[in-house]
Design a protein around this ligand. Structure first.
Ligand SMILES: Cc1cc2nc3c(=O)[nH]c(=O)nc-3n(C[C@H](O)[C@H](O)[C@H](O)COP(=O)(O)OP(=O)(O)OC[C@H]3O[C@@H](n4cnc5c(N)ncnc54)[C@H](O)[C@@H]3O)c2cc1C
Length: 380
């Protein structure tokens, strides 16, 4: 079974068989049977519950070292588990940012005190985190961040606005990039700070996406105190910390979740249009590109196991570009060509949702810039 999902050098058949068995009994029935009719609030509750079920079952933080409360396995197991969980119709937990971005960030760049204070409550699903990088005037040009963190006794006072902050409505904490040294040059003026979202001075306004979903928000910080203990790395090291976070964001876990969705949508296209020769070439093309994403997942799992960070980061960028544009092409064919009465709502939702994927985590244009400069060595 797993050999069909991930052709990797590692032996993960036994893990996959156990996970599949566990998933069959663990996914809440009321999610499987009613997911289409659940309110946004009920869905969020279930997603939180799922984080807790994962932790109780020993499937939280699969690729995180045991000493930090994870399972001490690798990215290959994370990917396989995501694919199997998708097949078992499991919900997507709310602790995603905490597990895939914050925990690796604290392990690579944080202090022992920060790891002890924050990782356990991420692993057991208690605390949701969000990522505060983008601002109204700083998205692709992240070095242009304007949020200020002014030095005060024992820490900083944070002022400014972040936008498109996914999960902000649920988050207990946020990791933000802020200017701590306004007079230092570009890239050397930023620090990464961990903010308690319950602090006085934090306010959140929902932003509704074109699909109708409310996944993100505008988040304002007015004289919010952040202690020195909650700075990740040295003052002025924020840019380097943020670059490592972006590497993880483009890496395997997010793609594994998307692969499940893409594979299932291609299968749905085959079911709806496969008999019509008019669509044969287009469906074959989408199917082949989906398989290439799967191969790329296997490659990235092997690079992670080999500890090859440089090639891992490059492969992550290529993969983000591949799956995001593929998903848009699949959804476009679905919304335009699948006959009325056959999952119309599904295709409309997928089409609108997929508009976002070539923007977040670095837009396609930015990914192409990075690949052409850093991988192909082309001039700027
Ligand atoms: C669903 C979703 C969730 C998100 N979640 C988060 C989150 O949790 N936390 C967070 O901090 N941010 C989040 N973002 C924000 C996301 O990271 C930014 O939208 C993204 O980095 C682009 O920035 P921008 O929106 O300011 O667009 P801009 O940077 O203004 O770009 C506008 C257009 O210009 C192009 N462009 C810009 N610069 C160049 C260049 N140098 N060369 C070629 N083309 C260029 C871009 O590709 C884009 O097409 C999210 C976004 C979405 C859509």
């Amino acid at each position: 079974m797993t050999a069909q999902i991930l052709h990797t050098g590692r032996d993960i058949e036994q893990f996959a068989a156990q996970a599949e068995k566990w998933l069959a009994g663990a996914v809440p029935e009321r999610w499987k049977n009613n997911r289409g009719s659940l309110s946004g609030h009920d869905m969020d509750e279930l997603r939180r519950e799922w984080d807790f079920i994962l932790w109780e079952g020993g499937y939280s933080g699969l690729s995180i070292a045991k000493e930090y409360g994870g399972q001490g396995l690798g990215l290959a197991e994370e990917i396989i588990f995501h694919v199997l969980a998708g097949g078992a119709q499991a919900p997507d937990g709310l602790a995603r940012v905490g597990k895939s971005l914050v925990t690796p960030m604290l392990i690579k760049s944080g202090s022992e005190q920060q790891r002890a204070a924050y990782i356990p409550s991420i692993m057991n699903g208690t605390d949701v985190w969000c990522q505060g990088f983008s601002e109204p005037e700083a998205g692709s040009d992240m070095a242009n961040i304007q949020m200020r963190a002014r030095r005060v006794d024992g820490g900083y006072l944070l002022n400014g606005t972040k936008t498109w902050t996914s999960f902000a409505q649920h988050a207990r904490r946020c990791f933000v990039l802020a200017q701590t040294q306004p007079d230092a040059g570009r890239y050397r003026n930023l620090s990464m700070l961990l903010v308690d979202m319950k602090s006085p001075g934090v306010s959140i306004s929902d932003i509704r996406q074109i699909s109708g979903a409310v996944h993100f928000a505008e988040t304002r910080f007015e004289n919010v105190f952040v202690s020195d203990d909650d700075r990740v790395g040295d003052d002025g090291d924020g840019w380097g910390v943020a670059m490592r976070v972006l590497g993880d964001e483009r890496g395997g876990i997010e793609t594994a979740a998307r692969y499940v969705e893409i594979r299932s949508d291609v299968d749905a296209l085959v079911a709806a249009l496969g008999d019509n020769p008019r669509y044969a070439d287009r469906i074959r093309d989408l199917d082949i590109r989906t398989e290439v994403v799967r191969w790329q997942l296997a490659k990235i799992a092997d690079l992670e196991a080999a500890g090859d960070e440089k090639r891992f980061a490059r492969a992550g960028g290529v993969m983000k570009l591949m799956w995001s544009e593929l998903w848009q092409d699949i959804a476009r064919l679905g919304v335009l060509e699948v006959p009325p009465g056959r999952q119309e709502q599904h295709w409309a939702y997928q089409y609108l949702e997929s508009r976002a994927v070539t923007i977040y985590g670095g837009s396609s244009e930015i990914q192409r810039n990075i690949l052409s400069e850093r991988v192909l060595g082309l001039p700027r």
